[in-house]
Design a protein around this ligand. Sequence first.
Ligand code: CDP
Ligand code: CDP
Length: 217
Amino acid sequence: MIIAIDGPAASGKGTLARRLAERYRLKHLDSGVLYRAVAQRMIDLGLDLADPAAAAKAAREIDPARFDDPALRSRRTGEGASIVSAVPEVRAALLDFQRRFAAEPPGAVIDGRDIGTVICPDADVKLFVIASPEERARRRALELTRAGEPVDEAAILLDIRARDERDMNRATAPLKPAEDAIRIDTTTLDADAAFDAAVSIIERRMAERPAGADAAL
Ligand code: CDP
Ligand code: CDP
């Protein structure tokens, strides 16, 4: 069973993906970490994030199986990830790892931007998680406050809008819902309510499948 979850920054897709993986005993991959690792490697080596050839090289050099570095969560790395992720060779270098991760038993929940459209077009369930930019900025600000970091919510909102722009308008694998994706708007839903909404969509989808098709569950 493969569940593909796409959506913009801070829409709540990561939280949802983790909880669904637990619920259905599947592996979880936050695919954003792969692009963050590429950006982080370039930052560490002092390379220009806007250089596509350097980004492609960095993407081939990272070890996708090692993605637990807390430095990857920083705002700068997220911004860098959204720059390098527009390079087609970077996306190509990370494709195999994601497809293999999805194909291994017992199946996976993968969240990102192009999981339902490019990485796993045959996923059993595709969710597209959205929330208003203002609500997403508020969530990011809250996370920073909790981490004891200074917060400028207006600057965060600008970052979020810039990242949406870049992710939705790039030529290769832009952020957009797959034709068969089901939307969940979490603007007014907390993590519990979003989880409940997703579970009922998944259960409905599973019930619709032909008999025997869900043996993997
Ligand atoms: O957690 P957040 O949504 O802020 O970011 P992320 O999921 O870690 O992704 C960081 C950046 O990587 C995004 O802005 C995208 O540009 C890129 N990304 C992508 O292009 N494709 C994916 N499947 C996942 C992330
Ligand atoms: O993975 P993505 O960037 O889409 O978002 P996330 O990391 O799952 O969620 C961003 C923040 O919003 C986290 O602090 C979550 O706890 C919070 N959140 C929320 O307030 N309401 C939801 N329905 C989902 C997440």
